[in-house]
Design a protein around this ligand. Structure first.
Ligand code: TRP
Length: 330
């Protein structure tokens, strides 16, 4: 039964979708799809805020779509689409740009981090405007709930601010959305650095397990994962690397961490890694095979995205129209 509550979330088609995306996000979406009215967007316009190779971007977009479907997201029940196929996103961004303030965007920590890396002088204007496009994504669909990781909290807060400000200036137009910060498995850490989140833009492929990695690659990456000093398999503060491996184990098997610790009592890190490599490689195999099958038929995938875009446009059009009218356009 659908509650009528609308959920919107997005993922960028850049880098490789990995185990953290799966355990932290996609898996939750699959479980919740019966309960809500879902929009899952492949945010290719967001990806363009940093340089992308056009061919690569197109390929990655299909890859994300294939992985969503392979993971069990049902395109009948959920609207899966690419952002750039719904021009309403770009247009609402412009309208919201007119109520967003330079000062508040200057305070976005993700922009500051990303811009600092390449130098603020050469950062694209779009990178600065990224959070406004994200607000447009969410507000267009009058989403109540936005499942995201902790790192997106500030962007969500800005979305709420823009919705309230617009409503105040021009009259009730947008639903003010609530963040749904994902807890379980939301923090899968890098295999080579348990202090950093597993990231799909990491330059070192050994730090993450891509959902399309071959089983042998998965086993090797787990085998080479960083461990902590000592030898006891325990999820404790002093053992962030082992804790991460245990969390992954729990996420993949549905068993609890204490249960897994018990199983490895008297054994060492090597045993844990050997089994975990197997658990992850085997666990991801059906997902990988199904995704590769889907990628073999790009026309079918594009058709699903086209259909999603049409349904998304139908939902977005009235919201954009009322924002335009309220602002004195049309
Ligand atoms: N900025 C989000 C991220 O990097 C991706 C995103 C874009 C998003 N638009 C969105 C997430 C709308 C939720 C809702 O994770």
């Amino acid at each position: 039964m659908q509650s009528g509550r609308r959920v919107f979330s997005g993922i960028q088609p850049s880098g490789n979708l990995h185990l953290g995306n799966y355990l932290g996000a996609i898996n939750n979406w699959v479980r919740q799809q019966e309960e809500y009215d879902n929009f899952f967007c492949i945010v290719d316009l967001h990806a363009l805020t940093v340089p992308q190779d056009p061919k690569e971007l197109r390929a990655k977009t299909r890859e994300v779509a294939a992985l969503y479907l392979a993971a069990g997201i049902d395109p009948e029940r959920c609207v899966i689409f690419r952002q750039s196929q719904v021009p309403e996103h770009a247009e609402l961004t412009w309208l919201l740009n007119c109520v967003a303030r330079f000062g508040e965007l200057s305070r976005m920590t993700q922009f500051k981090d990303k811009a600092q890396r390449g130098g603020t002088e050469t950062a694209s204007v779009a990178l600065f405007d990224y959070p406004v496009l994200m607000a447009a994504d969410i507000l267009l669909y009058n989403a109540h709930s936005v499942p995201v990781g902790e790192d997106q909290r500030q962007h969500l807060e800005l979305t709420r601010t823009l919705a309230r400000r617009f409503n105040h200036l021009y009259g009730e137009t947008f639903v003010v959305p609530e963040p749904m910060i994902l807890e379980t498995g939301a923090r899968v850490m890098a295999l080579d650095d348990p202090e950093a989140k597993m990231s799909k833009s990491s330059p070192s492929p050994g730090s993450y397990i891509a959902l399309l990695d071959e089983p042998e690659t998965v086993r090797r990456k787990v085998r080479r994962a960083k461990t902590d000093s000592g030898s006891e398999v325990k999820a404790i503060l002093e053992k962030p690397a082992i804790t991460n491996l245990l969390d992954i184990y729990a996420g993949m098997t549905g068993r609890s961490v204490p249960e897994i610790e018990e199983r490895y009592a008297g054994k060492g890190y090597g045993d844990l890694k050997k089994d975990l490599g197997e658990v992850v490689a085997e666990g991801l195999l059906p997902l990988r095979e199904r995704a590769l099958e889907l990628l073999d038929d790009p026309a079918e995938l594009d058709g699903i995205l086209e259909d999603g875009a049409e349904r998304a446009r139908a939902a977005a059009r009235p919201t954009l129209a009322s924002a335009r009218t309220r602002m004195g356009l049309g």
